[in-house]
Design a binder for this molecule. Structure first.
Ligand code: SDX
Length: 370
């Protein structure tokens, strides 16, 4: 029985939700190219596609958007739970706690209504706590605004710029779903025990929180801030790699070429960036990093992953760095809930094996010993 470290290459499920083709650098959501969806469809449309298997018809779009908007306000006790949390608690811990508080009932099987409820709630959770952290009065969700515009509005209290909405929407769409990544696998394992959606999502958020998974965009920003100028890139990266550090935003368990989402988001930032010197720095650091990673780990095929240019988009639209991973969570809640529904529909308890490598006791001398 093989022990596959990190379950690399192990197929854990069949899914109709997405294809992540690591050799070709292709990403497909339910039969559609994800990059095309990110360019042309709304958050609500692609959530509908992932949850139901089809995009909403034009005549359905307004009612569908209103249905998602109606789920943005939280039950009163969830606000109270957030107010009781210590100041300075990181946003992912706040989101994990508030999502857990949202799901009091033991609901089986989970429903599309549950998926909508949690997906609509996460932006409100983030924006409410962010405002309280800043000593501002939180603004209520605006049902007249689409999902992404409402998120930016709740974060700032001001009507968002259309180009910021479009850029953030492209990011949130293209990061919605990504096959059997660590947090999605976590959600499916919890669901396979017939536990409830809040428990599966709370566990998935815990997995997403880690720097090897969803925590990378903030690490990308820290790296670029520390490098500071294109001239310092080579020396900074060389010493980081020599210390055995991992460059945030590079490498991927599945993609052995550039992550297609990174390409899509670099296009988004290019449109937004104009002459921003920060964009030029990011571009030059990327080139140096790819070259030095190949030198450092020959043949490992370590390329740019989604997080590198995700950090650039989030910075360009004004999302504060402490909210980067929580914003990724707001997007991936769609993928998680879609996998939860799929797991529940064809459920079997997920229970892999392990190989015992510990010491064995002496042979039993009586039947009761063994
Ligand atoms: C996401 O799975 C998904 O789909 C995730 C995601 C999604 O949408 O859900 O795509 C989102 O998580 C993107 C990845 C974000 N994380 C980072 O950017 C953190 C930096 N990247 C790495 O830590 C790493 O590349 C992983 C964790 C992403 C993937 O690691 P693997 O596949 O387990 O590879 P590995 O750890 O076995 O590394 C192979 C070798 C190692 O060297 P050896 O010790 O074997 O000699 O490559 C090295 C690693 O040290 N390496 C890196 C590196 N990534 C791998 N060295 C320096 N910098 C890096 N970024």
């Amino acid at each position: 029985m093989a022990n596959t470290r990190g379950l690399e290459g192990v197929v854990a499920a069949e899914t109709e939700l997405s294809l992540v083709d690591g050799e070709r650098g292709h990403l497909v959501f339910r039969g559609h190219w994800a990059r095309e969806l990110a360019r042309s469809r709304s958050f609500e449309d692609v959530a509908h596609l992932l949850w139901t298997g089809r995009l909403p018809a034009p005549e359905e779009a307004a009612a569908w958007q209103a249905q998602m908007a109606a789920a943005r306000t939280l039950p009163e006790h969830v606000y109270r739970v957030m107010d009781a949390l210590p100041a300075g608690l990181d946003m992912m811990s706040v989101v994990r706690t508030a999502v857990s508080a949202l799901g009091a009932a033991q609901d089986w099987p989970p429903s599309l209504a549950d998926a909508i409820r949690f997906t609509a709630a996460v932006p409100t959770i983030i924006a409410y706590r962010h405002a309280r952290n800043e000593g501002r009065s939180p603004v209520a969700p605006r049902p007249d605004l689409p999902h992404v515009a409402n998120y930016l509005y709740m974060l700032t209290g001001r009507h968002p710029a259309p180009d910021h909405v479009r850029a953030l929407e492209a990011y949130l769409v293209i990061t919605m779903e990504h096959g059997m990544n660590a947090s999605t696998f976590t959600a499916r394992v919890v669901t396979s025990t017939q536990s409830d959606m809040a428990s599966a999502l709370s566990a998935a958020i815990g997995a997403m929180k880690g720097p090897l998974h969803g925590g990378a965009p903030a690490g990308v920003m820290d790296m670029l801030e520390q490098i500071g100028t294109p001239e310092r890139a080579e020396s900074w990266i060389r010493s980081a790699l020599a210390r055995g550090e991992r460059l945030m935003g590079f490498g991927h368990r599945v993609y052995k070429t550039t992550d297609p989402r990174a390409l899509a988001l670099r296009d988004v930032v290019t449109e937004l960036a104009g002459e921003d010197p920060w964009f030029s720095l990011a571009t030059q650091v990327e080139d140096v990093a790819i070259r030095l990673l190949e030198e450092h780990k020959p043949g490992r095929r370590l390329y740019t992953n989604v997080e590198y240019w995700a950090a650039a988009v989030l910075r360009a639209v004004g999302i504060p760095k402490p909210l980067y991973t929580a914003t990724f969570t707001a997007s991936r809640t769609v993928g998680w809930t879609a996998h939860i529904l799929e797991q529940a529909a064809h459920n079997r308890l997920i229970r892999p094996q392990s190989v015992y490598v510990g010491p064995m006791p002496a042979a039993p001398t009586t039947p009761e010993e063994a």
